[in-house]
Design a protein around this ligand. Structure first.
Ligand code: PXP
Length: 241
């Protein structure tokens, strides 16, 4: 089975916001990517709206209802936004002020899991699939299952930042084991964060892996070769016999 690809287009909006212009257009980026083989469009509407705006979510959901994957923190404001525009799926991520990008998986041990479980149920009741962005720890996979998540997205930040081959292999093993456990629990398995053209192949070859969410490396490459070529090069790395 070929692995699915969600392309995070936050940085198209970052560029637009840098000049307060109406371009580059996130809708146009989504149209090109979906036409050329991306399976999902991923956007993170952050509380500070530093890149994606509510109108991006609204426009994307109104045209690509089955292919929009929204990353958001589990605040009431964001739950209301998701319930209003109804993306296909939502990934609940931690969000801290002043971080450059998402800093890792949810710290489930520090969260009010009863409240989180209720929020997950509210989203699911409206037909929105719910993913939890977690660190690749067996216990976190079990907690995600107990909370009623449909999907776990295993964070590849540590893997992508590994300094040695040995370290990378050890993070890869953890991700691989957690993927198997998640599948045994009937959870869908995604991964992402820091994946690029040099490190994605080993993650894509994990048997139980079903979808990768990749943003920065694809958008950065597109500056030199264009979005279609940047997407094609990534898709080619995800190919499985
Ligand atoms: N998955 C999640 C949950 C994320 O928060 C991010 C970053 O927005 C990504 C995937 C994509 O990460 P990157 O831009 O490093 O490919």
């Amino acid at each position: 089975m070929n692995i699915q690809l969600g392309v995070n287009i936050d940085h198209i909006a970052t560029l637009r916001q840098a000049r307060g212009e109406s371009y580059p257009d996130t809708f146009e980026a989504a149209r090109i990517l979906l036409a050329l083989g991306a399976d999902y469009i991923v956007i993170h509407v952050r509380r500070d709206r530093r890149h994606m705006q509510d109108t991006d979510l609204q426009r994307l959901c109104s045209s690509f209802a089955k292919q929009v994957h929204l990353e958001m923190s589990p605040t009431e404001e964001m739950i209301d936004l998701a319930l209003k525009y109804k993306p296909y799926s939502v990934c609940i991520v931690p969000e801290y002020p002043n971080e450059l990008t998402t800093s890792g998986g949810l710290r489930l041990g520090d969260m009010d899991t009863k409240e989180l479980k209720q929020k997950i149920a509210r989203l699911k009741k409206e037909g929105i699939k719910v993913s939890l962005f977690i660190n690749p720890k067996a216990n976190d996979v079990r907690v995600a299952y107990k909370l009623g998540a449909d999907i776990v997205e295993l964070c590849t930040k540590d893997y992508s930042k590994a300094k040695t081959q040995k370290q990378a292999q050890s993070f890869l093993n953890e991700i691989s084991l957690c993927s198997l456990l998640a599948r045994e629990l009937n959870l869908e398995v995604h991964s992402g964060h820091g994946l690029n053209y040099n490190n994605v192949r080993d993650i894509a070859l994990i048997d139980a892996m079903q979808c990768l969410n990749i943003g920065f490396s694809i958008i950065a490459r597109s500056v030199f070769v264009g979005l279609p070529q940047a997407l094609l090069e990534m898709r080619n790395l995800l190919y499985r016999e």
